[in-house]
Design a protein around this ligand. Structure first.
Ligand SMILES: [Zn+2]
Length: 174
């Protein structure tokens, strides 16, 4: 399987840090100088497929990567973002946490327009999510991908199958 991020990790291109589990790469088409990608060395497409110990490791590294950007680049803050799945505009089918250094007036816009929901809509979604998440804290660690419903399953299949992802990403490169 061809995967851009697996290739970068193997070649050491733009590699800032690595250990047995994870790597930190400089983004090839950065939103800002110092835009980092924290990713598992093993190929996982989305976070739901990634074992919990690996997720923990990535989160801890993203935290440290962020601290490094504040210290080294004097960033005023960072955005820590995952594009998780095709529905979230994921471009490369390999899980990565973006850590983007921010300075005032940098022109990056990650804001969304707040939506007005009715009380009924809010209560319904709250009920549904409470029911779905009530045992999250006591469930065993995930060692296998979480079973997704049909729609998400389809979306995930698309991430894996869509070979034009790579070409799209390459076209965007300078
Ligand atoms: Zn990969």
């Amino acid at each position: 399987m061809i995967c851009q991020y697996c290739d970068f990790v193997k070649s050491g291109e733009g590699l800032v840090y690595e250990d047995g589990t994870a790597a930190i790469l400089l983004h090839k088409s950065p939103a800002m100088p110092g835009h980092l990608l924290v990713l598992p060395k093993e190929h996982f497409t989305i976070i739901e497929q990634t074992p919990d110990p690996v997720v923990r490791k990535l989160a801890a590294l993203a935290n440290k990567a962020s601290a490094s950007l504040l210290q080294v680049l004097g960033a005023g803050g960072t955005n820590v973002v995952i594009e998780n799945g095709t529905g979230a505009q994921q471009q490369v089918p390999h899980l990565a946490i973006n850590v983007i250094p921010r300075v005032e007036g940098d022109g990056i816009n990650l804001q969304w327009q707040p939506r007005k929901l009715s009380e009924e809509q809010m209560s319904l979604i709250e009920l549904q999510l409470k029911e779905q998440t009530k045992n999250l804290g006591v469930e065993a660690e995930k060692k296998e991908p979480i079973k997704l419903d049909d729609e998400r399953e389809k979306a995930r299949g698309e991430v894996v199958k869509k070979s034009d992802y790579l070409t799209k990403q390459l076209r965007r490169m300078p």
